[in-house]
Every structure is written in C-alpha cells, then in structure tokens.
Design a binder for this molecule. Structure first.
Ligand code: URA
Length: 440
C-alpha cells in the first residue's frame, strides 16, 4: 500500500477502507509517513469529507494508537465530559464536583489551552500546589475517595491525535467535522468512561461557527460513542459570547467557585446545571429534570463546593485560595477599557476576546510559552447590555505592562456598541441523543 495512492483516492472523494485508514494512522505514528503526505491527506479530508464508516474506523484506530485505559478499579458508573473548546469555558471545574457530590464518578483527563480557547489543566494549575499529573493508582484512588479527579492527559493517550492535532493546527485543517469528531472521540474512548457528555460549542468563539455544523458534529460524535458501547449525549451551547465574566486561569477558578457557592453568573450557572444534569442522567440518576434538581441541591447545601475542595487537597492543592480569593497571586498591572459612546453591546466576538486573553499572558503564544495564571479579563458588560459613555467595559489584568495597549486595541475591535438592544440568544440551542435532536 502507498500513501500516495490513498491521498489520490481521497482527493477524488473516494472512500478509504479500514485497512487503508489503519495503514495511514499506524504509519504516521511510527514516523514512516512524513508530515507533508499527512498534510495533503488532511487537506483532502477537509475538502472531500468522510462517511460514517470511515470516521468510525479513523476514531477507533486513533484511540488504539496508545493506552486504552481500564477504569474498572473505580467503583460505579464513570461519566466523562468534553467541550469542543471555548472562551471563558470553565464548566468542568463546576460540573465535575456537582456530579461527584450527587454520587456519579468522574475520572477525567483534560487538556491545556489551544489557540484562543482555554484549557482545564491550565486553570487547575492556577491553584497553588495542585498536581495535574498522578500515576494510575493515585488517580483511581482519588476518584474512589472523592468521586472525582481531574488530571492532565497522559502522554500515551491517543498519541495519533496528539501528532495529528499539532499538524492540523499549522495546516488550517482544524475545522473539519470528521477530523474534530475523530480527535475528540478517540481520546474519550481511550479514557475509558462508561458514558460521555459532549458540550459542542457554536458561534464566533467556537470551531463550529454555525448551528447546523454544530448539530452535524454532535450527531457524528454521538454515533461514534454509541457505536462503541458508550452512552453519549451532546448539548449544543452558545459560544458567540464568552461564558461568564472571567477569562484567564485564576480568574476562572474564582468564578467557578462562585457558581459552586451559589452566587455565580447566571449564564455560567445555567449551562453548568444543564451539563451536570445530563451527566447524572447518563449514569442513571433519574430524568434530566430530576437530575437538575439534584444538581441545584448540592450547590445550595455546599456539598459540591466541599467536594471540589476535597479533590484539590487530595491532589496537593491549597484549598485556602478557594475560600479566600485574596490569597491568589494578583497581576501587577491592570487597565479598564471605557465605552466611547452610549448604547448597547450588539456584538462581542468571542474568538477575538480569547485572543486578547492570550496577549495578556493567559494563554500560550507558542507551544513553549509559559502561562501567567493571574492574567486575563473581567468583563463588566456583555452582549445585549446597556452601556454609558465612560463606563468600564472590561478590566484587563497582566504581568506584562507593555501588553495592555495591544490588548485594549484588540478588545475594542472585538466589541461593537450600537443603538438598538439586540435580541437575546439562547444559551443551549439543542440536545442530541442517539437518533434524536431536540432543538430549544
Ligand atoms: N478539541 C479536540 O480535542 N480536537 C479537535 O479537533 C477540536 C477540539
């Protein structure tokens, strides 16, 4: 078999066989197929797509390229959650302890920030002492003891995805349904949970910009999960506007704790409750409505917050910062961006807001960059809000004084103030289950 022939086949929109997909992925992981040939294949897939059988085979082959984790040492049903990536998306920090406090088990391996989107592992590392690398036994023990453990992805989880993702990132081939679906689901299948809840983001800050594409991506991933014997549900949630008010690592930890303490922002609380309710539904705790009530109860009685603190302590973190935010290291420089006119926020480009946070130091400019945990943005006005000339739209935080000017310029470009109040957009657009799409 020759990679050249497979590229030619896909270029003409033909279907690749199981053996061809295995040959291509195995050869690429072993270094026998060079990046330039795989780049051509990725671009051919981007243009010509793949059918469901090809996507399933690609996902399975990528999952099996590394460890397939056996979670049977953890008692009870395990549920995983994955977001396709967003700005200000800190829901894992909220839903994982909620689900654990309600009796579900969450053994979660999370990723780092990618491009303009933040990553859970970076946020958790903003908690002093928190270890995101645990060996298998400690990971399992922590879930058995606390109901939840969130760690970084182990080096050998779907290594084919790691290599392919890095190549897609630099060849403009990230935003392809077969490639995103196989990337995400290969990691989820390898990570071993019984059930999977997918949060498919839609809008300007998401990889999928339209609702139709987001639903198609969700259906593709749900079909892969169910086909592999994992109960899988997807929610399509808004990422036209950042979620919550805080963007940045320690800022997002604080805002997540606000939700767990019962006084978080309304949008973040609502999306988190719907995600948590669906995770509890997947592990058999009741109907989605009953599960939502359970989730609300563990916020109200403080047990979800205490569950998060217990996990943090078990992983070496200092939970004092979660109880008293003044204990977090503070950014030495800050600046407010003031409204230049009266009106309403009629547009907020979430991707550009995410890039602004990277410029401030909250994300990585290159793979090697280090993160400034204290950097980020605190929004004061969001999409649809009324603003008065001179009012602060956002406070920028950074350790790099010279970044403030550029960040202010970018933020001004991301946000448009107009005359008419725009119509509200839904927070959750749709729910996708096997063979079923409910639009809200
Ligand atoms: N997240 C992933 O893990 N993979 C993608 O391709 C996109 C988002």
């Amino acid at each position: 078999m020759r990679m050249y022939d497979l590229i030619m086949k896909k270029k003409h929109g033909e279907v690749l066989t199981e053996q061809e997909i295995q040959f291509m992925i195995d050869g690429y992981v072993k270094g026998e197929i060079p990046d330039y040939q795989m780049s051509a294949m990725l671009m051919a897939i981007w243009f010509k797509g793949m059918n469901d059988l090809e996507i399933t085979e690609l996902t399975k082959t990528m999952a099996k390229s590394g460890d397939m984790i056996d979670l049977s040492a953890i008692s009870g049903k395990k549920v995983d959650k994955h977001s396709t990536g967003g700005v200000g998306d800190k829901t894992t920090l909220i839903v994982a302890p909620i689900v654990a406090a309600c009796g579900g088990k969450v053994a979660k391996m999370s990723g780092r920030g990618l491009g303009h989107t933040g990553g859970t592992v970076d946020k958790l590392e903003a908690i002093p002492g928190y270890r995101t690398v645990l060996d298998r036994k400690e990971f399992f023990d922590t879930v058995n003891k606390c109901g939840v453990s969130v760690i970084g992805q182990s080096g050998n989880l779907a290594p084919a995805d790691k290599k392919l993702y890095a190549l897609r990132d630099v060849t403009a081939t990230v935003d392809s349904i077969p490639l995103i679906a196989s990337s995400i689901m290969s990691k989820k299948l390898a990570a071993g949970s019984d059930c999977i809840l997918l949060d498919v983001k839609t809008g300007s800050g998401a990889f999928m910009k339209t609702l139709d594409d987001s639903i198609k991506l969700a259906q593709t991933m749900v079909a892969i999960g169910e086909g592999a014997g994992r109960r899988t549900v997807a929610l399509i949630t808004d990422m036209d506007t950042p979620l919550g008010f805080g963007i940045g690592n320690s800022i997002e930890v604080m805002e997540s704790m606000d939700v767990l303490k019962g006084h978080g922002p309304a949008d973040l609380t609502e999306v988190s409750l719907q995600l948590a309710a669906n995770m509890l539904y997947l592990v058999g705790k009741g109907t989605p409505e009953e599960c939502r009530e359970m989730a609300e109860k563990v916020i109200a009685d403080g047990s979800a917050f205490e569950t998060f603190c217990t996990m943090v302590k078990a992983q070496g973190g200092d939970d004092a910062v979660l109880r008293d935010y003044d204990k977090f290291a503070k950014a030495p420089y800050k600046a407010d961006v003031l409204a230049e006119r009266d009106g309403y926020i009629v547009k907020m480009n979430a991707e550009e807001v995410g890039v602004t946070s990277v410029v401030l130091g909250a994300g990585r400019e290159t793979k090697e960059s280090s993160i400034d945990f204290s950097a980020g943005l605190m929004l004061h006005k969001k999409y649809g809000d009324k603003v008065k000339k001179g009012e602060s739209l956002v406070t920028l935080y950074t350790s790099r004084e010279d970044a403030l000017k550029e960040a202010e310029r970018m933020y001004r470009e991301a946000v448009i103030i107009g005359d008419e109040q725009p119509a509200k957009e839904p927070l959750v657009y749709a729910r996708v289950e096997k063979d079923k799409v409910e639009k809200y």
